[in-house]
Write a protein of this length. Sequence first.
Length: 94
Amino acid sequence: MVILQIEHRVQNYDGWKKALDNDPIDRKKSGVKRYRVYRPTDDRDYVIVDLEFDDFAHATKALHALNVLWGNVEGKVIFSPKHRILDITDSREY
């Protein structure tokens, strides 16, 4: 599994969440298997999103689509997006 992790400040969480729910990059078609949204308890205007993929190729394709999208909304809806692609190397459930 590969995780594309994204983080950025949002101007308005509810508005950002509505945009996320509208799925502008078609997550399923992009190969996303699961996603999680996190908000720091001490900064509710910041979000971290993990998008889970089967492979690196799908993650990079989705990242390209996100970069195009961010070009249209950065400074309006989101601010200073950062990303990293991570390999899951160990996981355990209790």
